[in-house]
Design a protein around this ligand. Structure first.
Ligand code: G1P
Ligand code: ZN
Length: 543
C-alpha cells in the first residue's frame, strides 16, 4: 500500500463554528474538501504520528464514505491506532466517553447534529480533544490556520475497510479496532444510575415513549430502555437510524418532534416522553400534559440530581450558556453552589468540568450533561429524569410545579429567524450593538431596561477571553432578552432572540408561557427592529 502526497490548495470557508465544521453535504463531497479539512485537523493538532484516535458519527448520508477517507488519511499520517464504531457509528456522547476512557489523543466525530441529513442537506466534522470535549477555540483557530496554509494532504492507497463487525484489523501499518458503539456507553450509564429502581418503576406500570427520530440513539435507547431497564417493547419510536433521518429534522423540540408532544398532551398520554437528536447529544423532556423547557429541565436536574447514585454526594457547581434561562442560577443560589455563565457552545464547559468546578451543565438548546463525558448527552438526561421519577414516584408535572413554587418560574422562549441574508442579519446585530449604551433607563412597552451589554467571557480556568458572544438586555423585575447570530447554520444567517420573564408570584406560576412572554416579545421587536431588518413578520421557529 502506497502513501501519496496529493497537492491541493486552501479552500475558503473551512472555519469551525459553534460545533466543528458544518456545510452542505454537497460541499463536503466536493473535490478535496473533506481531505483538505481532515489534513488541516491533523496539522492543526501538531500531527497524528504515533497517536490513537476515535472515529464515528451519527450515520447520516456520507458518514460511511467520509469515515473510509479519514481512516486512509489517518494511516497515511502515521496514526498508531483508530478506534472506530461498528459501521462508523458512534453517538457524540459515546464518542466522548471512548476518547476519555481509552486514554486516546482525541477523536473525529462525523455529524451535523440536529441538522437534516442527505445529499441536499447537511454534514459536519469536528475534532474532540483527549478530554473528550469539543476542541476549544485555540485549537479550532489552529485548524483554521492550517486550512489556509495547506498545500498537500496525505492519503493511503487502499481498499475500504470492512467496518461491519467488531474486531481488529490493520490498514497499512495502522491498527483499527472496531467496537460495538453501544456497549461501553450502556455500561457507563449503569454505573451512574440506579437501574434497579428504574426497572421497578417500569414494572409498576409506568409508561414511556422515546422518539429516536430515525437518528443515532435508536440502538442505544433500545438496548438501555427496553432491554436493560425493561420498558415495554415499542417504547422507542423511530428507532431505526436512517441516512436522511426519514426526511425529518432530527431536532428534539416541539416543532420537529410535534408528534411526540401531541401524544403527551392527550388524555391517555404515557407518563413520560423524551426524544434525542441526530447525534444523540440533545434531549427533550415532556411529561403528561407538560412540555419541560430545556432550561427548566437543567434546573430541576440540578435540584434533584442527588437522587441518582453518581450525584448522591451533591454537585460541585453548575454552568449554563448565557442565553439559557436563569432557572438553574436560582437553584444554585438556594443550594449554595457556584453557577457559571458561559458563551453558547459545549466547548466552553470543558475547562470547568476538567477543573472540577462544575458537575452539571446545560444549554437552552436542549443540551444537558455532566462530568461523566465532555459532551452534552441526550440519553443521560433522560435516564437522570427516570432515576428521579423512580425515586420520587411523582409525576413530571408535580415535580415541576413544586420546583417553581420553591425557586420561581423562568418563563422562556427562543425565536429563530432562519436563512436571513447575512448582511441584513449583521446590520441588525451591529445596529443593536451600537444602541446598547442608550438603552438603560429606557422604558419600552412598560418594561424598563436596567442593563444592556455584549457578553464576553473570561474563562476562570485558563484565563482566555471570548468576545462578541451575544447581546443581553435586562429589564427591571428580572425579564431579559438576548440576541445572537447562530454559529452552526449552513445557509445565510440565523438570528436567535431569547426571551425570559421571571415570575415568583405563587398565583402566576401556571400561565401560558406565550401569554407571559408576549409583552417582552413586542419590546424585543421595538428594540431590535427585527421586522425592518429581516423583512420577516414572524419567527420561523419558536421553541
Ligand atoms: C446551537 C445552539 C447551541 C449549541 C450548538 C451545538 O448553536 O444554540 O446552544 O451548543 O447549536 O449543538 P448556534 O446555532 O446557536 O450557534
Ligand atoms: Zn447534537
Amino acid at each position: 500500500m502506497q502513501i501519496h502526497s496529493v497537492p491541493t490548495r486552501p479552500i475558503p470557508g473551512q472555519k469551525p463554528g459553534t460545533s466543528g465544521l458544518r456545510k452542505k453535504t454537497r460541499v463536503f463531497m466536493e473535490h478535496h474538501f473533506l481531505e483538505n479539512y481532515v489534513q488541516s485537523i491533523f496539522d492543526g493538532i501538531g500531527g497524528i504520528a504515533g497517536r490513537t484516535l476515535v472515529l464515528g458519527g451519527d450515520g447520516r448520508y456520507f458518514n460511511d464514505r467520509a469515515a473510509q477517507v479519514i481512516l486512509r488519511m489517518a494511516a497515511a499520517n502515521g496514526a498508531t491506532r483508530v478506534i472506530v464504531g461498528q459501521d462508523a457509528i458512534l453517538s457524540t456522547p459515546a464518542a466522548s466517553h471512548l476518547i476519555r476512557s481509552r486514554g486516546t489523543d482525541g477523536g473525529l466525530i462525523l455529524s451535523a447534529s440536529h441538522n437534516p441529513g442527505g445529499p441536499e442537506a447537511d454534514f459536519g466534522l469536528k475534532y474532540n480533544t483527549p478530554n473528550g470535549g469539543p476542541a476549544p477555540e485555540a485549537v479550532t483557530d489552529r485548524i483554521h490556520a492550517a486550512s489556509l496554509a495547506i498545500s498537500e494532504y496525505r492519503m493511503l492507497d487502499a481498499q475500504d475497510v470492512d467496518l461491519s463487525r467488531p474486531g481488529r484489523t490493520r490498514l497499512g501499518s495502522m491498527d483499527i479496532e472496531i467496537v460495538d458503539p453501544v456497549a461501553d456507553y450502556a455500561a457507563l450509564m449503569e454505573r451512574l444510575f440506579d437501574f434497579d429502581a428504574i426497572r421497578d418503576l417500569f414494572r409498576s406500570g409506568f409508561r414511556m415513549v422515546f422518539d429516536a427520530m430515525h437518528a443515532v440513539t435508536g440502538p442505544y435507547a433500545r438496548e438501555i430502555l427496553e432491554r436493560r431497564l425493561g420498558a415495554a417493547e415499542g417504547t422507542v419510536l423511530n428507532g431505526r437510524p436512517l441516512p436522511d433521518f426519514g426526511g425529518g429534522h432530527p431536532d428534539p423540540n416541539p416543532i420537529w418532534a410535534r408528534g411526540l408532544v401531541e401524544r403527551m398532551m392527550a388524555d391517555d398520554a404515557p407518563d413520560f416522553g423524551a426524544a434525542s437528536d441526530g447525534d444523540g447529544d440533545r434531549n427533550m423532556i415532556v411529561g403528561r400534559g407538560l412540555y419541560v423547557t430545556p432550561s427548566d429541565s437543567l434546573a430541576l436536574l440540578a435540584a434533584q440530581a442527588h437522587r441518582a447514585p453518581a450525584y448522591r454526594a451533591g454537585l460541585r457547581g453548575v454552568a449554563r450558556s448565557m442565553p439559557t434561562s436563569g432557572a438553574v442560577d436560582r437553584v444554585a443560589e438556594a443550594l449554595g453552589m457556584p453557577c457559571y455563565e458561559t458563551p453558547t457552545g459545549w466547548k466552553f464547559f470543558g475547562n470547568l468540568l476538567d477543573a472540577g468546578r462544575v458537575t452539571l451543565c446545560g444549554e437552552e438548546s436542549a443540551g444537558t450533561g455532566s462530568d461523566h463525558v465532555r459532551e452534552k448527552d441526550g440519553l443521560w438526561a433522560v435516564l437522570l429524569w427516570l432515576n428521579i421519577l423512580a425515586d420520587t414516584r411523582r409525576s413530571v408535572r408535580d415535580l415541576m410545579e413544586e420546583h417553581w413554587s420553591r425557586f420561581g418560574r423562568n418563563y422562556y422562549s427562543r425565536h429563530d429567524y432562519e436563512d436571513i441574508p447575512t448582511d441584513r442579519a449583521n446590520a441588525l446585530y451591529e445596529g443593536l450593538r451600537a444602541a446598547l449604551p442608550s438603552l438603560p433607563g429606557r422604558t419600552v412597552r412598560s418594561l424598563r431596561v436596567s442593563a444592556a451589554d455584549e457578553f464576553a467571557y473570561d474563562d476562570p480556568v485558563d484565563g482566555s477571553r471570548s468576545e462578541r458572544q451575544g447581546l443581553r438586555i435586562v429589564f427591571e423585575g428580572g425579564a431579559r432578552m438576548v440576541v445572537r447570530l447562530s454559529g452552526t447554520g449552513t445557509e445565510g444567517a440565523t438570528l436567535r432572540v431569547y426571551l425570559e420573564v421571571l415570575e415568583t408570584d405563587p398565583a402566576r406560576l401556571r400561565l401560558d408561557p406565550a401569554d407571559v412572554l408576549a409583552p417582552l416579545a413586542q419590546a424585543a421587536e421595538e428594540i431590535a427592529q427585527i421586522r425592518r431588518h429581516t423583512g420577516r413578520e414572524a419567527p420561523d421557529v419558536i421553541t
